[in-house]
Design a binder for this molecule. Structure first.
Ligand SMILES: Nc1ncnc2c1ncn2[C@@H]1O[C@H](COP(=O)(O)OP(=O)(O)OP(=O)(O)O)[C@@H](O)[C@H]1O
Ligand SMILES: [Mg+2]
Length: 502
């Protein structure tokens, strides 16, 4: 007997300037993991927010567990056993971990006040259930790493005992071990007949967990297929409507001049890191989440204090102890937490893109400047394929992946000669990633030094001429992708251990 837990029929939704969904039908069976995939802006999050009762569909019907749910609000949907982990997490940074996990379900004491002791205890149990014993539940959420915050969101959703769990890109910020742990949990849920909707841009994950795959493209449903019957090439073709372009393998190792040299950079998390970056080079720094990559960049950019170490630019030692000092020496950093650190949600796409490069547009009168800014923004929107009705759209209204691309465009637009990119492709779709790789290589070709920091060994291996592997705060290997296999890179990323596949 096949039992359908969710049915969405002929759902359409229009936003000003975009038909986000057009006549989409989608169903989920009890105990299945159903992947929802598609390019940035395809309509995935919109469909899920309609399911959640956050947006109302223009037309269409929703049936949850046999009940008419089309007009339900968020509370009713939750009360009927549907839990969500949103792309933008929606946790409360100033509340404690425990409060976040138990939000809306706080245990009460006799007089109706919150029983804090029980609340913390339940929160700890919720985390233990997903295999985490390290997070201190009385800390404010703000103090947690991005990966830890993601685990908090997962434990909260699972603790609500859902019959249907919706995960919108849950793994984009997790380490390999945490992803393995999440997948083990999902397998357990399947065994308990809990259904899962799973949004991801990582196709290998889709093949690892999903029973069926639904592809959205430009707001339409293209196909729903059992994963076993769908070759990866066909899936990609369904997503982008044509063949994906390969990364132009510019695995060149330049003999350009050293533009950045780092000697013995040291802090509590970073242990004596030294390396050189050359002009014309895309140097990869690869390591698992938590290996110290972001911490190293923060020292280099003057956000955190180093306890030892020298930084040399074009052979001269420079004094970098604050970000403005770093910028004045010609370094820019495109941070990992772009939502918090890079994007003005209530500014237009154009203003976000040109913000960090105003000097470049400063010549001439107002009219001329505006025109140049617009031209430049149009150009970036086209080359990164940012899906937006116009460059004047507010950043808030773009899909998650397209917001990422806007911030990236902003840093690509600055006239610097040393670029530090921290996880620039997280949340970006297959085709968009290729375009970002090409832009990084283009920057290098124009003579810049590009540091490409990533936790994805595969992209590091495909894109960079040279790779440094970080593990536990140390640089543990220097590798040339031309000479080594991807497996060898993986091996070093895992700290010199074979990966445990179980
Ligand atoms: N509140 C909104 N107002 C206006 N337009 C919106 C709004 N929310 C989404 N859109 C637009 O609807 C389209 C679909 O967006 P959606 O967020 O569903 O994409 P997605 O498939 O989740 O993409 P991603 O992989 O980047 O997260 C996009 O063109 C987006 O810009
Ligand atoms: Mg989305």
């Amino acid at each position: 007997m096949v039992e359908t837990i969710l049915e969405m029929r002929n759902v359409s939704k229009r936003f000003p300037g975009v038909q986000a969904l057009q006549d989409v039908s989608f169903d989920v069976r009890r105990g299945e993991i159903h992947a929802l995939v598609g390019q940035n802006g395809a309509g995935k999050s919109t469909l899920l927010k309609i399911l959640a009762g956050i947006y109302t569909a223009d037309t269409g019907e929703i049936v949850i567990n046999g009940e008419q749910a089309t007009d339900w609000g968020p509370r009713e949907v939750l009360d009927h056993g549907v839990s969500f982990i949103y792309q933008e997490l929606n946790l409360v940074p100033d509340m404690t971990v425990a409060q976040n996990i138990m939000l809306g379900r706080e245990p009460k004491a006799v007089l109706g006040t919150i029983n804090w002791r029980v609340l913390r205890q339940r929160a700890r149990q919720a985390l233990e259930r997903i295999g985490d014993t390290t997070i201190d539940v009385s800390l404010p959420l703000r103090q947690l790493s991005v990966a830890q915050q993601q685990m908090v969101a997962i434990s909260r959703a699972l603790d609500q005992n859902p019959g249907l769990l919706v995960l919108d890109e849950p793994t984009s910020r997790l380490s390999i071990e945490e992803v393995d742990r999440l997948f083990a949990l999902l397998d357990g849920m399947r065994a308990r007949e809990i259904a899962v909707i799973y949004v991801s841009h990582r196709l290998e994950e889709v093949y690892r967990v999903a029973d069926r795959v639904t592809v959205l493209r430009d707001g339409r449903r293209i196909a729903t297929t059992p994963t076993k019957e769908l070759p990866p090439e066909t899936l990609v073709q369904q997503m982008i409507g044509s063949q994906v372009r390969e990364v132009t393998q510019a695995k060149v190792v330049t003999d350009g001049q050293t533009c950045l040299a780092v000697e013995n950079l040291t802090s509590p998390q970073v242990h004596g890191v030294s390396f050189e970056l050359k002009r014309g080079e895309v140097l990869g720094i690869v390591g698992a989440v938590g290996a110290g990559k972001t911490e190293m960049l923060r020292l280099l950019f003057g956000i955190d204090r180093r306890s030892a170490g020298r930084i040399l630019i074009d052979g001269q030692e420079v004094n970098i102890h604050t970000p403005p000092q770093a910028i004045s020496t010609g370094i820019v950093l495109c941070p990992e937490d772009r939502k918090a650190q890079g994007l003005l949600l209530d500014s237009s796409v154009k203003n976000n893109i040109t913000l960090a490069a105003l000097r470049r547009f400063s010549l001439g009168g107002w009219f001329l400047r505006q025109r140049r800014e617009c031209q430049h923004a149009e150009q970036m929107v086209a080359s990164l394929r940012i899906a937006t009705p116009s460059i004047h759209q507010l950043a808030r209204f773009l899909s998650g992946g397209n917001q990422q691309k806007v911030v990236l465009a902003k840093w690509l637009s600055t006239e610097s000669h040393i670029f530090l990119f921290d996880e620039p492709t997280v949340g970006v779709d297959v085709q968009g990633k290729v375009e970002i790789y090409e832009l990084l290589q283009e920057l290098a070709k124009q003579g810049a030094g590009v540091l490409f920091v990533t936790s994805d060994p595969e992209e590091a291996w495909a894109v960079c001429g040279r790779l440094l592997v970080m593990y536990a705060g140390h640089i543990v290997a220097e590798l040339y992708p031309k000479e080594v296999s991807l497996d060898e890179v993986m091996f070093h990323v895992m700290g010199g251990k074979e990966r445990d596949q179980n």
